[in-house]
Write a protein that binds this ligand. Structure first.
Ligand code: NI
Length: 264
């Protein structure tokens, strides 16, 4: 397994589930841009069987190293980001839901889902884009969403990239977020406006924007329902005092970006 093959498999899964992300990607390329990924984000439950550390292992064996950690108090999430030693590959951002901090109802529902995942499945790299391993009713999905949108997204879609993020630093015509955001909106896509369309600033060395996740028709035990899928993100990085581009993440911005999968 090479990093290229793994990232390509993850991209394929993401495009299959979210054709609109692929369309935006192609619109950029039609404009003559070369699309380079800044990072790819994954979501999971905090659990010994399939938590952040288990997912991260697949990247560590391919040359990634942990470079930062983050907490999201209100959303009850812990996250880490990983960078490849070569520095050319996209960063990997993995978050996990802190089950012990949730209500007994949400915790029990999450435990039931985790119990349905075969013990050895998370040890294979293809677990990173394996989707859902359980049956789930739409009623339960909605009940989960009432307390944690993050839990409901995981319940509906399982293990797969939550978003890919375009590196705006690598674009030539859409080289700043106001220009890029205007282009994306002109083409009919809705941006996440929670906390303003552009999260972050030059002062924190990172600006981000993202589309709102489009609804995906999803099979539940009580029928097929549309629920928000994945979003596409855009990140522009600025240099630190030493002249090197900042490579970390800004908690306050990421907190709002997470809301790109909220139901509208
Ligand atoms: Ni992101």
């Amino acid at each position: 397994m090479s990093i290229k093959v793994l990232l390509q498999s993850m991209w394929q899964d993401y495009c299959d589930l979210n054709p609109s992300a692929k369309k935006i990607h192609d619109l950029f390329e039609d404009k003559g841009e070369t699309v380079v990924n800044d990072h790819i984000a994954l979501r999971t439950f905090q659990h010994p069987k399939l938590g952040l550390k288990v997912l991260a292992r697949h990247f560590e064996v391919l040359g990634y190293k942990k470079m930062g950690e983050y907490r999201f108090e209100e959303k009850k999430l812990y996250a880490e980001h990983f960078e490849h030693v070569r520095g050319e590959e996209p960063k990997i951002f993995i978050s996990e839901l802190e089950l012990h901090r949730l209500s007994p109802f949400v915790r029990d529902e999450c435990e039931k889902m985790i119990a349905q995942v075969p013990a050895t499945a998370p040890l294979n790299y293809d677990f990173l884009y394996s989707g859902r391993h359980w049956t789930m009713s739409h009623a339960t999905y909605l009940a989960l969403a009432a307390e944690s949108e993050y839990a409901s997204w995981l319940a509906a879609f399982g293990f797969r990239p939550n978003h890919f993020t375009v590196s705006v630093n690598h674009l030539s015509k859409l080289a700043d977020l106001p220009t890029l955001n205007a282009f994306v909106k002109q083409n009919g896509y809705v941006l996440n406006a929670s906390g303003g369309e552009i999260k972050g600033s030059v002062a924190v060395h990172l600006e981000q924007s993202s589309t709102m996740a489009r609804p995906v028709l999803t099979e539940f035990s009580d029928g097929k329902f549309e629920v928000p899928g994945c979003y596409y993100e855009f990140a522009k990085r600025y240099p630190l005092a030493d002249g090197k581009l900042y490579q970390g993440f800004v908690e306050k911005s990421a907190d709002k970006i997470f809301e790109s999968t909220n139901r509208q």
